[in-house]
Design a protein. Structure first.
Length: 353
């Protein structure tokens, strides 16, 4: 039996602020609006603030693990406490030199509670598949960015922001935190494949080829960053677009020479001057460059050029301060395109083309 009910939630984010010394006192500001209450400021006792977040992490692990020697609820509680202590000890060691900035947002969300998947314990309650927590976090992403930007501007001595942790938990109505988790392995439906020796062998040869050309250094750095799921889709899109743009700019002349060479060979002597004049006067845009490269590296050049145009239009909105939605950035599709072209380029290089 499934019931829909509204529960209060707390979304907590903590950050190390590099450049500000930790303070023994706390400085907290509360802001209330129609839908939520936001508290933010510098805190002293990080572990006490994160207690429910840590409890949620441990509970999630235990729900998907078989632990030998656990027979009673008392055994579970002792195990939970020991795991929380491990988390808090590690966190304290890496956060003690910088000030810790907290953002806590309280709101209300509807949960779909399946009674068969709901468990109530002495320390917490737990339910599978009750809500999409990612959506709730995204509701508040802009507010968090505004708060972080404001404190950076106000402090004037901030050299870096490091996320310490973030988490979401609900109030079960009985004074205990209610945690929820998904039963599926991948919410986005990613296909999983087994590891093979061929992957390692191929990566070894790819490394050697990538290191030969200096321009790959920046491309690889941005490409890898685009897979960092701790970053927002917007940041990952900017990273993968920049990687693709650098890639295009660095290989364009090679394929342009091949393209015109093919034409020269077909036209013989008659059209060389005319064709050369076109090349000399042509101002190649990013789309022109990609279209030409797609002729050599693409699997479906026409479709890929159209997709590239749509991504460039989005990129232009980003860089020219025009309104755009960052909820659904084509990160994965653009990254797949770059991956495909990198593979094609590497294969041609290895073949001596």
């Amino acid at each position: 039996m499934e019931i829909c009910e509204k529960f209060k939630y707390t979304f907590l984010s903590l950050y190390q602020v590099v450049g500000l010394l930790p303070d023994s006192s706390e400085h907290i500001i509360n802001i209330n609006d129609d839908n939520s209450k936001t508290s933010f400021g510098f805190i002293n006792d990080v572990n006490d603030t994160c207690r429910n977040i840590d409890l949620g992490l441990v509970v999630n692990r235990l729900m998907f693990s078989k632990i030998p020697g656990i027979k009673t609820d008392g055994d579970i509680e002792k195990l939970i406490e020991s795991e929380i202590i491990k988390i808090q000890t590690e966190r304290k060691s890496r956060t003690q030199n910088d000030a810790t900035f907290m953002i806590a947002i309280e709101g209300v969300a509807e949960l779909k509670i399946n009674q068969d998947l709901y468990f109530e314990k002495s320390l917490y309650s737990f339910c599978y598949d009750a809500v999409d927590k990612i959506k709730i976090k995204e509701w508040h992403r802009d507010s968090i960015n505004f708060i972080l930007a404001s404190i950076i501007i106000s402090a004037k001595n901030v050299y870096g922001i490091k996320e310490v942790t973030d988490g979401l938990y609900f109030d079960d109505g009985n004074g205990k935190p209610l945690f929820t988790s998904r039963l599926i392995v991948s919410a986005q439906g990613f296909p999983y494949i087994p590891i093979t020796n061929g992957m390692i062998i191929s990566s070894e040869s790819n490394i050697q080829f990538l290191k030969k050309e200096k321009f790959f250094k920046n491309i690889v750095s941005l490409y890898v960053q685009s897979f960092d799921e701790s970053q927002t889709e917007f940041i990952r899109f900017v990273n993968v677009w920049a990687a693709l743009e650098i890639f295009i700019n660095n290989i364009f002349n090679k394929y342009k020479e091949s393209f015109f060479s093919d034409i020269y060979n077909k036209e013989k002597i008659r059209g060389i001057k005319f064709i050369s004049s076109i090349d000399e006067r042509m101002k190649y845009t990013k789309v022109h460059k990609f279209a030409l490269i797609s002729y050599y590296l693409g699997a479906n050049p026409i479709e890929e050029v159209e997709f590239f145009k749509s991504c460039k239009a989005l990129r232009d909105k980003v860089y020219h301060s025009k309104p755009f939605s960052d909820n659904k950035m084509p990160v994965e599709d653009l990254r797949n395109l770059l991956t495909q072209y990198l593979i094609a380029y590497l294969n041609q290089g290895k073949s001596g083309l």
